[in-house]
Design a protein around this ligand. Structure first.
Ligand code: GRG
Length: 292
């Protein structure tokens, strides 16, 4: 199957699974379940769950990776809802639609984020509990990723740095933890479910780190070069103004070179992984080619 066809097939499986695994809107109290589903249905790229499914696919095994894929998308969606809140980014739009606190209200948005974060771990415990070692590894991996040294830590540094130029070291810390951490985690979780060895898990993590860093730099390049997107962000979010980005520190040319080098390293790592890595190679190229 062609890369894009495979990507669309994975994305469509994820869309159906969101409906299958999340509590229905009518579940009492319906407002919280409406808010959870509103953000989960808002249709991002589904990059993270696709990575879980693709990594698992390399190793085979009988376990279903979809509950873990929905768990990471649920956790990612929580982070976006909370990131958009008036006390953090104060954004009006997310994925082209009103943010959760605009569509509902602030209290509901806080609770919907909390509920999606919690639900991620509920999914893991429910669906992998019969394989206790795998379940414990998945929970530890996701908890470490979401915690104060990674996702939250990256967000904290980002907030602390607002309004002042950031050093390269701080910007790298933010990228590595706000963006790369969950991407790495998705590959690792897919590997754990497929039965990868420790050495293979390390390779998956390295691949995730490379595409995660490239992904963030490419986001910065797109923000810097797309008038439309920049206008959308300045309307939608206070915190995007005057932010230190990779492009501001290094310029467009060097940023493009760096994103390309990270992508090439990710592709090199694929050649050291088992199974058919064509999709992961295609994905690394696809993320870089968002630039063209
Ligand atoms: C816990 C409040 C809180 C924050 C944690 C992840 C995060 C830190 C904040 C989310 C905001 C943000 C811009 C993070 C950087 C990573 C990133 C580029 C997220 C957007 O991911 P995409 O482009 O989004 O994959 P879609 O909509 O496609 O899922």
């Amino acid at each position: 199957m062609e890369f894009k066809e495979k990507l669309r097939a994975y994305q469509s499986e994820v869309e159906s699974a969101v409906e299958q695994y999340l509590p229905a809107e009518v579940t009492r109290p319906s407002r919280i379940h409406q808010a959870m589903l509103y953000s989960m249905r808002a249709g991002g790229k589904r990059l993270r769950p696709v990575l879980v499914l693709a990594a698992k696919q390399l190793f085979g095994g009988d376990l279903n990776a979809m509950p873990a894929a929905i768990a990471v998308e649920s956790l990612h969606t929580y982070s976006l809802i909370h990131d958009d809140l008036p006390s953090i980014d104060n954004a009006d739009l997310r994925r082209g639609k009103p943010t959760s606190h605009k569509q509902f209200d602030e209290a509901t948005a806080v609770l919907a984020g909390d509920a999606l974060l919690t639900y991620a771990f509920q999914l893991l415990a429910r669906h992998y509990g019969d394989s206790p070692q795998i379940c414990a590894k998945l929970v530890a991996e996701l908890a470490e990723t979401a915690g104060s040294e990674r996702l939250i830590g990256g967000q904290m540094e980002d907030i602390l740095g607002e309004g002042a130029p950031l050093s390269e070291d701080t910007l790298n810390f933010i990228h590595l933890n706000k963006t790369s951490a969950l991407i790495e985690c998705c590959l690792v979780m897919g590997g754990i479910i497929g039965g990868a060895s420790e050495a293979q898990i390390d390779l998956l993590r390295s691949y995730g780190r490379e595409i995660g860093i490239a992904f963030q730099i490419i986001d910065d390049i797109l923000d810097a070069t797309s008038d439309e997107e920049t206008m959308g962000k300045s309307i939608g979010s206070d915190a995007e103004l005057d932010k230190t980005t990779y492009v501001k520190l290094h310029g467009l040319e060097k940023s493009r070179e760096f994103a390309h080098a990270r992508t090439q390293e990710a592709i090199r790592i694929c050649s050291t992984l088992p199974g058919d890595t064509q999709f992961l190679v295609g994905l690394a190229n696809y993320l870089e080619n968002r630039l063209h």
